[in-house]
Each structure stands twice: as C-alpha cells, then as structure tokens.
Design a protein around this ligand. Structure first.
Ligand code: NI
Length: 388
C-alpha cells in the first residue's frame, strides 16, 4: 500500500502550512504564534480536546477513535522551535525574522503532524485515543521534559510515544531507525582552573594556569581511549579554552574550558562525569593549581523500544518506501529521549533527500517528504490500536 491517498489531496495545504511556519520561526519557549497556529488548526479539524500552555508553549490535542474498547492511547510528537541562525537559502518563503530560522526542519515536523491530525480527525479509524504532542524547545531547552514536568503523563493517558526527525542524506520519504540507543546523551561541563598569575618571564614565581589547563585537556582525552570499554560508544570534546590574560607577557590567573560528553550507553554517563572530575581536579592539584568542575547533565540517551521499532518499521514499509530498521545510531542528542524514559516507543528518521545538513543556514525541509511523514503518523496509530 502506498501513502494514504488523502495526503496526496491535502499536500498543497500542508505544504502551505509548512512554508508559513518556515517564514515565521520562533525560538525555544517563544513559540507563541506557532502554538496558536497549531491549536487553531487542531480545533478546525474537530479534535476532541485542544490544550495550550503545556510545559510553556506546548500544545496537546486529543482525537478519540471510532471505538475505545482497547482503552489504549498512542502519542505522536512534533517539535516546534527554530534556531538562532541567519537564513541564507534565498527561498521566497525564507524567514522573515533576521537571525532566527527553521534550520532543523521542525516546521516540517509540525506541518506533518497537523496533516496527520486532520486525516485522523476525519477518519478516526482506530480503537483508542491519539494524543498529539506539539512540544516547545527541543533545541537545548528540554521542552519534552517541561511537558512531562507539567503533568503530561498524569493529565493524559499515554501508552506509547512515536516521533519523526527529518534526515538529510537519506532519500526523501525513506525511513531509518534502530532498536535500542538511537541518539546519544548530551552532558556538558565547564572547568575553571586557577593557578597563580605572574610575569611571563618568571614562571617559577607563578603557577602557569595555561600549562595546567592544557595538561587537563590532554588528560581528559585519555578517558575515552584508556578508561572506557572500546565497545562502549562515548565522545568527549573540549570545545572552548579561554584565559584571563590578554598579553603575551602575562601568565593568567584563571583558565576556563567548556566541553561535552556524548554517550550511547546510559551507564557511561556517571562514569564519565566521575572521571572528568577526578582527572581535572587531580591534574590541577599535581601542579599546585585548582580545578573546579561544573557538570551540567543534559538530554538522556534516546533508547528505542525493540517491539515499537518493529511496528514502526512495518508501518513505514506499508507506505512502499525503503526502511532501514538497523540504522547506525548517531551522536547528536534529542529530547524525545525524555518521553522514551517514561514509556516505550520509537523515534524514526525520515529522509530529507540531498539537502544541506540540519543547523546549516542553507538547510530546508524537503516538502516531498510530507506525505510519507503524515502517512507514517496515521499508520502507526491505526496499527497500534486496530479498529475492529
Ligand atoms: Ni531537530
């Protein structure tokens, strides 16, 4: 069976929504117009309930099926926020807000879930309830967690979660996912090294903060290669390095660095934190300096449920497209992980064709993917809650 015919009919309209969202991007937790647009559309489709302001600017829509003998509820999620990037695509529907852009395709995700909502509100061809989740602040603001903290799972019964992210480099309309870890966790750290400032010509009267901090950078890179099982997948990057010296003849008093640790094995997160603290503090101490480590836990590992992935792959294959359900995981992180910590479910990548990469100022969501994303959302709901 190919894509659902209704989406071929709705395509011009859904594409117009996508482009309207693209033209009017809003940053994390500021998705006020976007949320109002979404809520308005959901009401116009005849959704049974539309609730705004969940976890900030999140919107929840409810569509009850023809029957509810199963008592089951499947949640479908789209993220709504844009990025602080200045768009240079030159599109006639390019961002009207300088410095803000839908560079991750969340305009496409939102439009596809709206399209699926319209179809499901018309057909209601399932036994149970569909919970539509339009979340704020995926780009670093943990909007998924904000919705959970605002009682998402107490206020609405949800048994499973499904979500889509577009994927440049995969042919438009094809799908890729895998069981188990799909995207890495993302924890950040800051290290403040304090030595003893002084004259660059008399280092023996100082404690050279630059040397100590450099030693810490080198030693931190031994954690992944020397302390972590080669079969575990961890990345550590020190991304910034700044001192308070602004002249070549001054040994600075302090140096600051920031970095990130990405893990595909959840049990490596605490271990990595302990090692970063120990290596930084003890290396500094060996040189007579001090290191303060500030650890900022971020998004968890996105762990797909194996049986949910099997269902998702079946639903995608039913659309007549290529589906890779043993795709390689990736190291960027995703806050859909918070939903998957609470309930089983699956996150899937939908091909965006040969486009610029996400977070690039020339990126654009590929509208050819829309019917496949819409069909997938509807198909997975209908398959997980089959109508009698
Ligand atoms: Ni994204």
């Amino acid at each position: 069976m190919p894509i659902k015919n209704r989406f071929a009919e709705l395509l011009p309209e859904i594409t117009a929504w996508r482009r309207e969202l693209h033209e009017n991007p809003e940053l994390s937790y500021a998705e006020h117009k976007t949320a109002a647009f979404v809520a308005d559309k959901l009401r116009s489709f005849g959704c049974d309930e539309v609730t705004e302001g969940v976890g900030g600017t999140g919107v929840v829509g409810i569509i009850r099926g023809k029957a509810n003998a199963s008592g089951r509820a499947v949640a479908l999620r789209a993220d709504m926020d844009a990025l602080p990037i200045h768009e240079i695509t030159g599109l006639d529907y390019a961002s009207k807000t300088p410095g803000v852009m839908h560079a991750c395709g969340h305009d496409g995700h939102t439009a596809m879930l709206l399209g699926a909502a319209q179809y499901m509100a018309e057909t209601r061809n399932f036994d149970g309830t569909v919970v539509l989740i339009f979340q704020p602040a995926e780009e670093g603001g943990a909007g998924a967690k904000a919705m959970i903290d605002d009682g998402l799972l107490d206020r609405w019964k949800i048994d499973e979660f499904y979500g889509i992210h577009n994927a440049p480099g995969i042919p438009a309309g094809d799908f890729a996912t895998c069981a188990g870890p799909l995207q890495a966790s993302s924890d950040e750290f800051e290290i403040i090294v304090t030595g003893k400032g002084g004259h660059a010509a008399e280092p023996h009267n100082a404690v050279d903060t630059v040397l100590v901090a450099s030693q810490i950078v080198v030693s931190l890179h031994s954690i992944v290669s020397r302390n972590i099982d080669a079969l575990k997948r961890v990345v550590l990057t020190v991304a910034t390095f700044k001192t308070d010296s602004n002249a070549s003849n001054i040994i600075p008093e302090t140096a600051r660095m920031e970095g990130t640790v990405r893990c595909l094995d959840p049990d490596m997160r605490l271990f990595a934190e302990e090692r970063v603290r120990r290596v930084a503090e003890d290396t500094a101490s060996a040189f007579g300096a001090k290191a303060e480590v500030i650890w900022m836990p971020g998004y968890p590992v996105t762990v797909n449920d194996a049986s949910a992935v099997a269902s998702a792959a079946e639903a995608a294959r039913a659309l007549g497209v290529k589906v890779d359900d043993t795709a390689k995981p990736i190291m960027p992180s995703e806050d859909f992980s918070y939903f998957l910590e609470e309930r089983p479910g699956a996150y899937v990548f939908l091909g965006n064709g040969d486009s610029a990469m996400c977070h690039h100022p020339k990126y654009n969501f590929n509208d050819e993917a829309i019917p496949f994303g819409c069909s997938f959302f509807a198909e997975i709901a209908e398959r997980r809650m089959p109508a009698a």
